[in-house]
Write a new protein. Sequence first.
Lengths: 84, 388, 330
Amino acid sequence: MENKEIADRLLALLTDVAPDIDPATVVPELRLSDQFDFDSMDTLHFAIAISREFGIDVAERDYAQLASLAGACGYVQSKLAARG
Amino acid sequence: MRIDFRMPALGADMESGTLTQWLKKPGERVRRGDAVAVVETTKGLIDIEAFDDGVLEELVAQPGATVPVGAVLARIASDSASAVPAGLPAAPERPPAPTSPPSASPAVPSTAAAPGAVASRRRISPAARRRAHELSIDLASVAGRGPEGLVRLEDVERLAEPALQKPQRTGMRATIGAAMARSKREIPHYYLAHSVDFSAARDWLSGFNASVPVDERLIDGVLLIKAVARAVSEIEGFNGHFLDGQFQRSEAVHVGAAIALRGGGLVAPALLDANHKDVKTLMREFSDLVTRVRGGHMRSSELASATITVTNLGSEAVELLFPVINPPQVAIVGAGAIAERPWVRDGVLCVRPALTLTLAGDHRVTDGRAGSRFLRRIGELLADPAKL
Amino acid sequence: MNAAASATRITYREAVRQSLRAALQADPRVFLMGEDVGRYGGSFAVTKGLLAEFGPERIRDTPLSESAFVGAGIGAALGGLRPIVEIMTVNFSLLALDQIVNNAATLCHMSGGQFHVPLVIRMATGAGRQLAAQHSHSLEGWYAHIPGLRILAPATIDDARGMLAAALACPDPTLIFEHISLYNLEGDLTPGIGPVEIGRASVRRPGRDVTLITYGGSLHKCLAAAQELALAGIEAEVIDLRTLRPLDDATVMGSVRRTRRAVIVDEGWRSGSLAAEIGMRIVEQAFYDLDAPPARVCTAEVPLPYARHLEEAALPSPGRIVSTVRGLIG
């Protein structure tokens, strides 16, 4: 899967999880907690959405890698690559 | 019998709300607890629930209308002949509104009156009554601001002023400001802090979360809510409301969870009967609540009914906070960030995930000794998370 | 200029004395009688100097018999004179109750209007000077109950100076109640003041939030309370009734309709009191304008105690007026 496609799908998930954020304002490299006051509940919802969307298991200890959109993108990519 | 479905008071300071949407159509069945309409208030969009089972008979208010608290939104043909529009712990100064008189009832004093009928009369001054009559204002829609909730002339005239028909635009910040100013003005706060070792809770959570699919996982906050709900049901003086000059303890434990909104603002809707629900149920409800709050779909019963509040600044926050009690409640429990800190255990210095709990209590009801017992009890419960 | 201005500042006692002197000068039919009004100068020193100025024919000391000298006053009035009778305090006037209530008040009516009794009776009333239970009561409310009498209660320097002439001009028996705490009150006398209008209440302080209705010695307690309330943002209107019979309902109702709250401050006891009468009239005439039930501040229902702290506790005070008002406004 293309990086671009993963990033687009993650952005769509993000706005599903947090409908009150404007996707145009998301800076991929910035931490979601700094940009949008993401808290543990948001992170959990984001993890649930990612695991459903991409069919991957997101372990709790991996939540830190979902802290930014870019981080999440890299994480999903590596999980998909590992699955082959 | 027909029941008036009225605009509820979602907090002591609410005067009116704007009806944005009907969620049910005339003729449709509604059950107690069903969301019937969406109303915009300073706290955001709220789903207003039915108090009775029945059939939605008539929509009185139109979407877009600003409706005063207590005014009729719709009429419901109730299934139960003796239905009393109670149920919601709405604003205390507003007792159940009178229902429409049955059309064919003979004028004989009935001993079989509904239990709600003996509720004491509202205090409305003669001047207010006459003015409301002149202005065709339903007195049930007027919030009394005089002594003991007395409705005075000026309370009626406030509703009549067109400029005040739309008080909603003062915004959430003004609402928070007013509630907190009232709290600091009226409530003699005392503050206590207690640091607890969170490692048992953390270990238990990690183990639990590893054993379930991602959508069944728990977060720290839900353990805290459960621990507070348990502790507050065990220790007197923290669960309830301070109204009419005295503490009114609540048997039910409805834990308000302070939920921050992105871009500022805060609401604290309640997790109802939190002490009787297991953590998995609470987690599901909490998750649903946060989603709905941020998406603007709180329910009316959640907004007005919290008997104590928990505020948790989250993992990225500072270690200690001094919360302000949300009136008419009498206590609020704060949680700082869970962070690794030096900890002494069995005479050995080690590093532990630790959490500092704070309590703001109301000195009109309790003292530091009871507060200390309450906070320590929360800590004990968190140390044995499997039993939560 | 300054000298002229300071010359108008006098005591209530002096204002009453000036009114007596002016009345005696103006009309040869006027004479004064009572216990100790002549040689002693009056038990509250009001009539000091009048005996020397007007002589024993017109300033007459009487025996200690209220019934006798009030009866003599009624006879003199019927005979064409204009007697001013001083009774030392309202407590002793009870000895003359029969003359006042059964004779003075009734003769005009019982004679089909043929006989008027243009009698003026002055007496001191009220407490506050540790004179104990037999010298401190406020019984003017009883007299205000009696048709055929006019009851006046001057509370200001101008009224102390101006009400007597108006009372003498009235063909009916008129009782003037002077509160003992007022005699030493100092204030400015309006220069050249003549007879003042009676039968009308007066707004002594305008306000929008509550009406304090009072008279006599309690006026100054109400004004003090109003000042304290103003610091808390509550504007009290203070009405001085001035005439206790007939009551000026129009002024009271006009004010209560604006403020929507009324507190009646009366040094009498509350049961069956003038305060009760005024409260009832407010309910009868202004019920639909009220935002609160009418309230009263009256004297505790005990014979007035002698001990200073007990006497103070029994009487209406600015503090009690303030807290009563706050209870209504919330």
